[in-house]
Design a protein around this ligand. Structure first.
Ligand code: SF4
Length: 272
């Protein structure tokens, strides 16, 4: 009998691949709260349960799992703190919320009560370089994260009408630095959330594909054009674009470079 070499890396990879395959085949009858702000078309395919043409590789699966591990650890710390502190209570963790009219479902990270105040938390793990750069520049909050926690807040308010505060909790993966950022459910944010769900629900009932996201987008921090992150890591590239991911990436890269050249020459002109 051939003896297989024992490899912990293989063990981890095989386990994560198996888990991914299992969850891939779970029924997806709803839009997911955690997908808010992501490509509408990709979410449509996902709900149709179409097999991804570009599934995440082993490294991507390990990155997802690393995020999960940080979530579990933080949830345990909060539970422990609540058990020790008289004025802190955990109302729920990883609890499901759904809305049958909006066709949306999700699991929030933590809802805690401090004294009389209820706070909803959504955890986001970030690479430490990005964390410290964005923290220093006060730009940690990202649009899609605000849409996600805003929707959790909307859904939870039905059961907890006194809930008014939501916080995005960014965690640096290398050194456990944490930043808590308050998100308010402003009329503008609420409108954007409902608008996104309306487009998705209309597409679903009419059985038409939702619109494509733009190839590139303007990074407000760097003030330059970059490849649209929504599409860069998409698992449906080959299906959607009818061409391999590398070709799409090259095209997007070239377009971004061209636009950035235009930006540079505008800057130069404005200086002279
Ligand atoms: S390839 Fe682009 S448009 Fe198609 S699902 Fe992916 S991100 Fe969306």
């Amino acid at each position: 009998m051939k003896r297989e070499l024992f490899s912990v890396q293989k063990l981890v990879n095989d386990y994560l691949t198996e888990q991914y395959q299992k969850t891939r085949h779970e029924k997806k009858d709803f839009w997911r709260v955690s997908d808010m702000g992501k490509c509408l078309r990709g979410r449509y395919y996902k709900r149709l349960e179409i097999e991804p043409t570009n599934p995440p590789d082993e490294r991507a699966l390990r990155k997802f799992e690393a995020g999960n591990i940080f979530h579990w650890w933080l949830q345990r710390r909060i539970r422990y703190a609540a058990s020790e502190m008289a004025n802190v209570k955990v109302i729920g963790m990883e609890k499901e919320v759904r809305d049958d009219k909006l066709n949306v479902v999700g699991h929030y990270d933590a809802l805690i009560q401090i004294g009389r105040m209820k706070i909803l938390y959504d955890f986001k793990t970030v690479h430490s370089n990005a964390f410290h750069y964005r923290d220093q520049n006060k730009i940690l909050t990202q649009k899609h994260h605000a849409l996600q926690i805003g929707l959790y807040l909307m859904l939870l308010k039905k059961e907890h009408p006194d809930l008014s505060e939501a916080r995005l909790l960014y965690i640096s993966k290398d050194d456990l630095s944490v930043a808590e950022l308050k998100v308010l459910l402003t009329p503008v944010l609420k409108k954007e959330i409902l608008q996104e769900l309306r487009i998705l629900n209309q597409a679903w009932s009419r059985q038409t594909l939702p619109p494509l996201p733009p190839l590139i987008m303007k990074d407000p921090v760097k003030n330059r054009w970059v490849i649209n992150w929504q599409a860069e890591y998409c698992t449906y590239h080959d299906l959607c674009m009818g061409q391999p991911r590398e070709v799409w990436l090259k095209k997007a890269q070239e377009l971004a470079e061209e636009k950035n050249k235009g930006l540079k020459s505008k800057k130069r002109k404005s200086k002279t």
